[in-house]
Design a binder for this molecule. Structure first.
Ligand SMILES: [Zn+2]
Length: 273
């Protein structure tokens, strides 16, 4: 657990365990004045609460419902008596969060139950003002939190890596691309993601990812319409890295894969399929 002041009145909390080191990422939360953005996962609860001791927290915003972002919302809300905001709050237990697959239990641990409050369009707390921009695709509850006065945008898992990638079985590549463009259109000065990545002037990178996702999704639809089997569509849309993808597919009980991307691209294609 490390805390770092990173400018514009933002404190970056980085959470690491053996599991996150295996994945080569960390899990990030941010303190923006008295607003806490994301809460990490169950296995870092004690160090997180210790790191936050003595700091004012008047509101918690979860960028989305997944257990590595909402895992400690209950503990923080209970100790501070504050609200936890989540977009599409009724979706808290969706997307496998209620009953975690073994790999999710192993890496992050369960979400302690809490009652999220629907994310308002504007969060105005302790002199900080954030606009909550809907950013579904990775998760139906995903939001981007944009602070116009500084140009910072907090994006959770909207952008983890640059190209079209494997997605969770609940993912929607078309929505993901639209969300990336919506956030790019804000012309943010800085993007602060849920897994440690911080990028200055991210709009062009977000646009490129959106375009790559749409190209891969369009190709998926085209090949599926020609009657190719799903696995063959996957091989043509993603010609490289098949072995690694199959490894992750097996590891995640088929929750995370390129096959999911291809099927979701066809299922949710504009015009209906
Ligand atoms: Zn996520």
């Amino acid at each position: 657990m490390t805390l770092e002041e990173i400018g514009a009145g933002v404190t970056h909390l980085r959470m690491r365990t053996l599991g996150t080191r295996m994945l080569g990422i960390d899990v990030s939360a941010y303190l923006l004045g008295p607003i806490l953005i994301d809460t990490g996962f169950a296995y870092v609860r004690e160090p997180l609460l210790a790191a936050l001791a003595g700091r004012r927290i008047d509101a918690v915003c979860c960028t989305h419902n997944h257990e590595d972002h909402s895992g400690n919302a209950a503990a923080i809300a209970a100790s501070r008596g504050c609200q936890v905001y989540l977009r599409d709050a009724a979706g808290l237990w969706e997307e496998g969060v209620r009953s975690l697959a073994p790999y999710r239990r192993f890496w992050w641990g369960p979400v302690e139950p809490f009652a999220p409050v629907e994310m308002p369009e504007i969060i105005d707390v302790g002199g900080r003002r954030l606009a909550a921009v809907a950013a579904p695709g990775h998760s139906r509850t995903q939001v981007a939190l944009f602070e116009p006065s500084t140009g910072d945008v907090f994006t959770g898992d909207l952008f983890v890596s640059p190209g079209a990638t494997a997605v969770l079985i609940w993912g929607d590549p078309w929505q993901e691309a639209a969300s990336l463009r919506r956030v790019a259109a804000l012309a943010p000065r800085r993007m602060l993601s849920g897994h440690g990545l911080i990028l200055e002037r991210p709009a062009p990178v977000l646009e490129v990812k959106a375009r790559r996702i749409e190209e891969a999704a369009r190709l998926s639809v085209e090949l599926a319409e020609r009657g190719l089997p799903w696995r063959e569509v996957v091989r043509r849309v993603f010609p490289r890295g098949g072995a690694k993808d199959r490894f992750f597919e097996a590891l995640t009980s088929s929750e995370f894969s390129r096959l999911n991307f291809v099927r979701a691209a066809v299922r949710n294609a504009p015009g209906g399929h």
